[in-house]
Design a protein around this ligand. Structure first.
Ligand SMILES: *[C@@H]1O[C@H](CO)[C@@H](O)[C@H](O)[C@H]1NC(C)=O
Length: 421
C-alpha cells in the first residue's frame, strides 16, 4: 500500500517534471524562433507599418532618412498609377526601367518613349534606388502613358551608415584578411574570391535587379495574373519609335520560329550602323550576358525559372546581375537560356558613364549622337517582314567570376526578397 502510493507519487512528480520541461522547451523555442525570424525575415529595420495616411496621393518626403523610408514603404504599398484614368484598359506592353541617379539620361529615355508609336498602350514602371525631387519631377511629367513608380527599399540612401549601406565598422576593401580579423571589423571573415571586402556602392545594382524582378512579378497589383512580357531596360537606354510594332513582330516569331526561346532581346550593343540592312532581322542564340542584357523581355514562366535559382543568384560571387544570370544558364537552369534577338536594335545604350567611367559623363554628346543615328535609321523603321536566323545553341565557355559579392550579409538580404511574399 505504502509502496504503491510512493510509486504513484513518483509518477506524479515525474509527470510534473515532464510538463515543466515541455513548457520550458516551448518557451525557449518561441524565444529562439522570434529571434531567428527577426534576424532572417526582417533585414535592417523594416520601416514602420502603415502610418495610415488617408490622403489620396501622399507626396514623397525627402526631409530625413526616416521620412524617405516611410515614403518608400507607403508608395510601394499604395502603388498609385499615374494617368490611370486617361488610359483605361490593360496595357499591351510593360516596360520596367531600373533607375539610379542619372537625370540627364532619364530625360532622354522619357523623350524617346514619348516619340514611340502607340505609347498609350504602354505601362512603364520606374524602379528607383535613388530618391530625389529632380528624378521624381522627370517621371511625374509623363502624360502619354500609364506610369508606376516603385522604390527599392534597401537603397544605400536609406541606410547611410549601416548595411546594406556602408557601415563605418565594415572592413576596408583592400585590407588583408588577417589584419581584418585582428582589427575586429564587421565582415572580416567574408572577403570575396579575390580577398576584397564589400563596397556598398558596387553591390547595390545586383540587389536592386533581383528585388525588382520579384516585386514586379509578385507584388505589383496591376500585374497580378498578367501573362505577357515585362521588358527590362535601364535609365540610360533609348527606345526606337517602332518599339511596339517590333515587339509584336518578335512575339509572333517567337511562337512560330522559336517556341523554346526563353527571352526576347529587343536591343543589342551594335549601334545603328547597319540598321537599314538589319531592321527586320531576328536571330536565335544561346543567351549571352555581354550581348543580350539590354531590352530583355521575360515572361512569368521564365521569371519562375530564374527565381527557382534564388540561392544560386544570391550567392554567386559576381556583383554583375547579367554575369550572374550567365552562370545560372546551363547550371542551375539546366537547359541553357535561349534568346530571340533583334539584330537591328530597338533599345540603344546612351550612357557613356557607367559604373566604372564616371569621368566620361557627356549626356549632351549622347543626345546628338542618338539623334543622328536615328535620322539615318528612320527609313528602315517599321519593317513589314521579318526573317529569323537560327544560330543553334553555342556552348559558351564558363568564365571567371568577377567577385565583389562575397559578403554573407549580401547573400542573406538577396535571398530574402523572394521569401517575403
Ligand atoms: C558557374 O560557377 C561555378 C562556380 O564558380 C563554376 O563551377 C561553373 O563552371 C560556372 N558555370 C558557368 C556556366 O559559368
Amino acid at each position: 500500500m505504502f509502496i504503491a502510493q510512493c510509486v504513484k507519487m513518483r509518477f506524479r512528480l515525474l509527470r510534473r517534471n515532464v510538463i515543466a520541461f515541455v513548457l520550458v522547451s516551448l518557451a525557449v523555442f518561441i524565444l529562439m524562433y522570434t529571434k531567428f525570424a527577426i534576424v532572417s525575415d526582417k533585414p535592417p529595420e523594416t520601416p514602420p507599418q502603415l502610418n495610415t495616411q488617408t490622403t489620396a496621393i501622399s507626396k514623397f518626403q525627402y526631409g530625413s532618412v526616416m521620412d524617405m523610408r516611410t515614403s518608400v514603404y507607403d508608395s510601394n504599398f499604395k502603388q498609385t498609377i499615374q494617368n490611370d484614368d486617361k488610359f483605361p484598359g490593360d496595357p499591351e506592353v510593360t516596360i520596367i526601367v531600373q533607375v539610379h541617379n542619372r537625370p540627364a539620361y532619364l530625360r532622354m529615355l522619357v523623350q524617346s518613349l514619348e516619340n514611340a508609336a502607340d505609347v498609350h498602350k504602354f505601362l512603364v514602371i520606374f524602379s528607383h534606388d535613388y530618391f530625389s525631387q529632380e528624378i521624381a519631377d522627370i517621371v511625374q511629367g509623363i502624360t502619354f502613358c500609364k506610369v508606376l513608380q516603385i522604390y527599392f527599399p534597401y537603397s544605400r540612401q536609406l541606410y547611410p551608415v549601416e548595411f546594406p549601406g556602408q557601415d563605418p565598422k565594415d572592413c576596408p576593401r583592400d585590407m588583408a584578411k588577417a589584419d581584418a580579423i585582428k582589427s575586429g571589423c564587421l565582415n572580416a571573415e567574408h572577403p570575396d574570391s579575390y580577398g576584397h571586402y564589400r563596397e556598398a556602392s558596387i553591390t547595390q545594382t545586383k540587389h536592386h535587379w533581383w528585388w525588382k524582378l520579384h516585386f514586379v512579378w509578385e507584388r505589383v497589383h496591376t500585374l497580378q495574373g498578367f501573362s505577357g512580357y515585362t521588358i527590362f531596360i535601364e535609365e540610360d537606354n533609348y527606345i526606337l519609335p517602332d518599339f511596339y510594332q517590333f515587339f509584336k513582330g518578335m512575339l509572333e516569331h517567337k511562337k512560330s520560329d522559336c517556341p523554346d526561346c526563353d527571352i526576347l532581346a529587343l536591343g543589342n550593343h551594335d549601334g545603328l550602323g547597319r540598321f537599314q540592312e538589319l531592321s527586320g532581322k531576328l536571330e536565335t542564340a544561346s543567351w549571352l550576358s555581354t550581348k543580350h542584357n539590354i531590352g530583355m523581355g521575360i515572361s512569368r514562366e521564365v521569371y519562375y525559372k530564374l527565381m527557382g535559382c534564388n540561392n544560386e543568384y544570391c550567392t554567386y560571387d559576381d556583383y554583375n546581375w547579367d554575369w550572374t544570370l550567365q552562370n545560372l544558364s546551363g547550371t542551375c537552369i539546366s537547359k541553357p537560356l535561349k534568346v530571340l534577338v533583334a539584330r537591328g536594335s530597338r533599345v540603344l545604350h546612351t550612357g557613356d558613364c557607367g559604373l566604372h567611367q564616371k569621368e566620361a559623363c557627356r549626356p549632351e554628346l549622347a543626345q546628338t549622337k542618338v539623334q543622328e543615328s536615328l535620322l539615318q535609321a528612320k527609313p528602315a523603321l517599321f519593317p513589314q517582314t521579318f526573317t529569323v536566323m537560327d544560330h543553334g545553341l553555342a556552348q559558351h565557355q564558363p568564365h571567371m567570376k568577377n567577385g565583389g559579392w562575397g559578403d554573407i550579409r549580401d547573400h542573406a538580404l538577396c535571398k530574402n526578397y523572394a521569401k517575403r511574399l
